[in-house]
Design a protein around this ligand. Structure first.
Ligand SMILES: NC(=O)c1ccc[n+]([C@@H]2O[C@H](COP(=O)([O-])OP(=O)(O)OC[C@H]3O[C@@H](n4cnc5c(N)ncnc54)[C@H](OP(=O)(O)O)[C@@H]3O)[C@@H](O)[C@H]2O)c1
Length: 216
């Protein structure tokens, strides 16, 4: 029996990860709260992922992925049903991007430096095991990225070691080296990596890079 993954979020990240999990043998449901999008999602996942509401996806998944717009993430979790997340690994891909334009290529966040969106989500669903992942790379490189044989680094964090171990296995299959940045507070450092990642894109239309942590 393959592991069931429920994806709360129907944008490009939700679709990319849905297809990635299908490719890697997981049983996938992608969720949208816009019923009119369901047909398109079936087509975008070539009929290989089930399609439902946020609540359907969160209930279906043994592992749940949150892939909504940052400003909508808390509301989306509530729509998905906090109770159905209890005891589950929840992969948080979101970034707290404000509804305001970048300043000279630098995204604006609605969180401050001494907090993070993932901590807010963890507080909203205290019995879920949140793990930050996939937040610091563009969707084009989220599944088996090709950087001439070099594995990019995916920075993760979260409070539950078992959940992080589960996400490390997924990231290894998806072609990443993993750098564990500790507990949920680590998201205060990981989420801003998205700001850094996007600067070459906004300034020079260069979007084809990834982070690599060098160690010796
Ligand atoms: N795009 C990337 O390459 C990338 C890379 C790394 C991380 N991220 C992060 O991943 C997350 C998803 O990004 P994305 O680009 O796939 O799409 P997005 O446009 O940021 O999010 C789309 C999802 O957000 C939901 N949503 C939007 N407004 C909502 C509202 N007011 N109430 C409830 N739900 C709402 C949509 O719901 P419906 O399904 O009902 O339409 C949809 O499921 C974001 O937090 C982003 O910062 C993105």
């Amino acid at each position: 029996m393959s592991t069931k993954v429920g994806i709360v979020g129907s944008g490009i990240v939700g679709q990319t990860l849905a297809n990635g999990f299908v490719t890697h043998g997981y049983d996938v449901m992608i969720g949208t709260n816009t019923p009119g999008k369901r047909e398109e999602l079936t087509s975008k996942t070539k009929g290989k992922a089930k399609v439902g509401s946020f609540e359907d996806a969160a209930t279906f998944g043994e592992i749940v992925v949150v892939a909504t717009k940052g400003t909508a993430a808390e509301a989306a979790l509530k729509a998905a049903g906090i109770a159905s997340l209890k005891g589950k690994t929840v992969i948080d891909t979101t970034n707290p991007i404000a509804d305001a334009p970048p300043v000279n290529g630098v995204l604006q966040y609605f969180t401050s430096q001494n907090e993070s969106l993932m901590e807010r989500l963890q507080a909203a669903a205290p019995e879920a095991h949140f793990v930050k992942a996939f937040s610091c790379i563009g969707n084009a490189f989220m599944v088996n990225p090709d950087f001439n044989g070099v594995r990019p680094t995916m920075f993760i964090c979260g409070n539950h070691d078992g959940a992080k171990s589960e996400v490390k296995t997924i990231l290894d299959r998806f072609g990443f080296e993993v750098a564990d940045m500790g507990t949920a507070e680590g998201a205060r450092a990981i989420e801003p990596l998205c700001i850094l990642w996007c600067i070459p894109g906004f300034l020079n239309n260069s979007w084809t890079h990834a982070f690599k942590l060098l160690t010796r």
